[in-house]
Design a protein around this ligand. Sequence first.
Ligand code: ADP
Ligand code: MG
Length: 355
Amino acid sequence: MTQINISHAKKVFDDVTVIPDLNITINEGELFTLLGPSGCGKTTLLRMIAGFNSIEGGDFYFDADRINDKDPSKRNIGMVFQNYAIFPHLTVRENVEFGLKQRKLDKKVVRETAEKYLKLIQMEKYMDRKPERLSGGQQQRVALARALAINPAVLLMDEPLSNLDAKLRVDMRKAIREIQREVGITTVYVTHDQEEAMAISDQIAVMKDGIVQQVGSPKALYHRPANEFVASFIGRTNIVMAELKHSNEGVAELHLQNGHVVVYPKLNHLSDQTVRVSIRPEDFIRVEQEASLNTFVGKIEDSVYLGLNTEYVVALSDGHLVQVTEESSFEEDLTVGEQIALTINTDKINVYCAE
Ligand code: ADP
Ligand code: MG
């Protein structure tokens, strides 16, 4: 298994710096996702790893092996792209055998290896079919088997599910995850879809404008986003302005615009200042009536029923609109115009400098 180390990577296209100075480490056997909005440099970085883009600065290592100047064919990588890059004139089996035959392996080894991977992707039944007679999901599984059959050190996948419909995308996420785990191959996965990234990854690097904002597990990114960009890119959040005032030792008060005070246990890394508070829709908790601290009154402006949950837009007493999510209830759902009282799960909020 292979560890990937990238330090001070730089990429320039026609005088435009797309990646200024990027550092990441991808551990052995990990499924590591590059996540960010379109144009942030995900494909560019993946192509630098593959050897299809020149590298203007920095070091790229596969274990102790510096690959910067290595020919793409010598880097021992498998790739799967968005558009099914399997050969239309070859059968499923011939597609999976392709890379093996190129390596001039023994015929028996070629056949047995291809069969092993066809089994892994559950496509033995279809091995004599041409790609045109396969669904999009099946074609992507063949592309994955073909990439894996050559036993690469590293697997690179660039938005492999974006041409599939929504239901199939969810099934394929699971299939890719299972196959990747079973093979245990170090994988770099690119997507702009945060839900897909959360579902599939061990670690995620959130990127914006060629800069890594945070690297972490899906849970860490959701619960402790390093900045406001990550907080709003991973899931949804409300941003509320507040004045931070440390009172007693270890306790921080967040004075919100409407005069309410939220007590937050530990904010030692920030001095007293204007801050922006990120509160997830599910971290507003409905309470029976307005108590003293940490409780707000508001009026329901809108509600969207989503089955498991209902999403509300609530106007707080200062007119500020917030999104609130609650588990739906068959008997009792809140109606537009209704007054409610909310408290905040203070363990879950995140506080950022206003700048
Ligand atoms: P992503 O995959 O995150 O959507 P890309 O890596 O494709 O983003 O692109 C990052 C930036 O680099 C974009 O601004 C894009 O226009 C630019 N770019 C990508 N490839 C080239 C190229 N071959 N020539 C010039 N600019 C490029
Ligand atoms: Mg891309």
